[in-house]
Design a protein. Sequence first.
Length: 468
Amino acid sequence: MNLTQSDLNFINDIIKTENKKINPSNFPNLKISQFLYKMDKINFLLKIMNKKVIKKRFGNFYINSIDDLIELTKTLDFSKLDKKERISTIFELLLLKSKINISNLEEMFYQSRSSVKKDLKEVKEILNKYNLFLEYHYHLGLFIEGKESDIRFFFLNYFFENYSFFKNKLEKKSIEYLVFKILKGKNSSFETAKILNIAITIQYYRILNNYFLTSLKEPIFTVHNDFSEDFNVYSKFLEKISNNYGIYYEKSFLSFLLTGLCYSKNNLVIFKKEELFSDSLKIFLTNIGLKYNINLFEDNYLIKTLGAHLKSTIFKLSYKIPITNPCTTDDLSDFSEFIGVIKNEIKIFERNFNLNFNLDSIIFIFFHLKSSMIRIEKNRYKRKNVLLVCNLGVGASEVLENQLFKYFRINIIDTISYYQYQIYELKNIDYIIHTVENLKTKIPAIKVSPLLTKLDLKNLEKEGFIKL
């Protein structure tokens, strides 16, 4: 029986739970069938070691002894690689050495040639999705055939999705430090740092194996000047590993990535479809605003930040650079209606730029829109300093005030009678709510009942007061 690192991790996870009762819900990353298979494997190992097996009752497994499981982890050899680990190792070798041979894989994986070929068949299928091919030459062995830029973006995609493998096997401290220096002082996310770390590591090994970029497609934007002057550390790094040979496009590669990942409006960057993008953004925000009765164009910060974010997203989607959002695993039921609206309205960008926005990218857009709506509501709330004028006595005034606080986010400066109003200094008053017939005022005002009828509530909403 092959015992893999995955099996060891599973047993360690059981030990960490310190729970006598476990079931598939304790392991959400595993399918039920996978969970049951691993439990059967553990029971088999316990049985041959003369330990009590883990009994199953009503869908739950009851652990007899954690110490027995700890003994398993210390006694048995879990050095075998599972299928996913073998595939990742093959891609690691293709990156590190660029060429590999089947006999080496047989020795490394302790497998027959036919078993290795099954893994290689899956490797070919993965590469074909990126218009790449796993070729074989008698003297060279196995190697990836295709455009250099496509090969690099494939590796970027693969190791981003298998980042734990990348971090354990390929991450280099020197490159991690280089990324830190490049991003220092920039408004960048951990995701951007992760992408750059993987991309520069790939670049490092491809150059060491004498594979250089000879072109760089720029379908989304043009850069009128490269950023190499700002990244002297990066330039020196490239010169050192390449002996300063053929690095024009290699230098451009970083500015290309940084411009796409951390889009900033400056005279160096020209978005090729700026007019189409602006029109799409205007339609998108207008439709969202109409749906929720809010003018999103009031928020200049949204126009700036969402615009930059969408350009970066279009860049990532165009180059199949992964977009991940940890919130996709959270309970989104409270926001499902809003997310559904965004999915529908984002189609204007999907049509115009021939892209598909996934749920991860949709939720990032949701964050921008939701925060904008909160800002707009707060600004409205701050803008309206309200004076209450009531001619029906103190009791009616208190009822009206309480009703307004009950239904609206409102900033009431003062509550006065009609006669106090005659001499009141209307400084810093934005709006007057009153119960007086034909109240004379130059300030915007509305007459209501002290009980606030349904019609009053509707009229106050039309005037821009935000309901709780």
